[in-house]
Design a protein around this ligand. Structure first.
Ligand SMILES: Nc1ncnc2c1ncn2[C@@H]1O[C@H](COP(=O)(O)OP(=O)(O)O)[C@@H](O)[C@H]1O
Ligand SMILES: [Mg+2]
Length: 217
């Protein structure tokens, strides 16, 4: 099983939005996907409870034991872990559990100090393990046609890992889908669907470098 963790100690950056859509998209592509809600607020669980038709298995983990418990779960190709919006033991546990840490970053957020700490934690972990987890930023909640602030650009340039090419824009469909227990594919927003499909394509490439085979269709 390959594990992708959505980590960022700042709340409201789109972790749960990306986690739910990624899990649903991978599932629809034939992977057996597990959605792990590692945020005691339980937004991903609430979403999953409304989204039974998507057929995703969801587990909630409320203590920082994700890295201890995930390896013993069998029967899934990929686990998508939605982490808590605070830098606490839970975030570190999710970083430890992940093969790939995905760090959503808003292109114009003022409180960017938060990101630095997550980057530091990922880097320390990589030093201990010899490179795991791999990591990528994903620009989230971007406002179309507005440019990235210099501050954000600087962080991205200096950071020890790359960002995904695809950005998630700010779109009403994402907010509605999360509240309605839907995936973006059940909405009529074609641009949003394309973003999620493109991100999933990029991640599938990375999963393959981890030996994760594509499901046969
Ligand atoms: N790309 C987006 N476009 C519109 N609304 C978004 C987007 N991403 C997140 N939101 C909304 O912002 C709020 C916080 O998003 P969420 O995914 O829960 O962030 P986090 O898990 O990082 O706290 C939610 O109400 C969600 O619907
Ligand atoms: Mg969340």
């Amino acid at each position: 099983m390959t594990t992708i963790g959505l980590v960022q100690q700042k709340g409201g950056v789109g972790k749960t939005t990306i986690a739910t859509n990624l899990a649903a998209t991978l599932q629809s592509r034939g992977y057996s996907a597990l959605l792990v809600d590692a945020d005691p607020q339980g937004t991903a669980r609430d979403w999953a409870a409304k989204s039974e038709d998507i057929g995703l298995t969801t587990v909630g983990v409320d203590r920082p034991v994700v890295h201890e418990e995930l390896p013993s779960i069998e029967g899934f190709d990929v686990a998508i872990v939605d982490a808590v919006g605070k830098l606490e033991k839970m975030t570190i546990s999710v970083i430890k559990a992940s093969d790939l840490a995905l760090v959503p970053i808003q292109p114009s957020a003022a409180d960017l100090w938060a990101v630095g700490q997550v980057i530091d934690h990922i880097e320390s972990r990589q030093e201990i393990t010899g490179g795991k987890p791999e990591a990528r930023f994903v620009i989230s909640r971007a406002i179309a046609s507005s440019t990235m602030t210099d501050q954000v650009q600087e962080i991205l340039n200096e950071a020890p890992f790359e960002r995904l090419e695809t950005e998630v824009n700010q779109r009403v469909a994402y907010a509605r889908a999360l509240g309605d227990g839907k995936s973006i594919h059940e909405t009529s927003d074609a641009k949003a669907k394309k973003e999620i499909n493109d991100i999933t394509d990029e991640l599938e490439q990375i999963l393959q470098t981890h030996g994760q085979r594509r499901p046969q269709s």
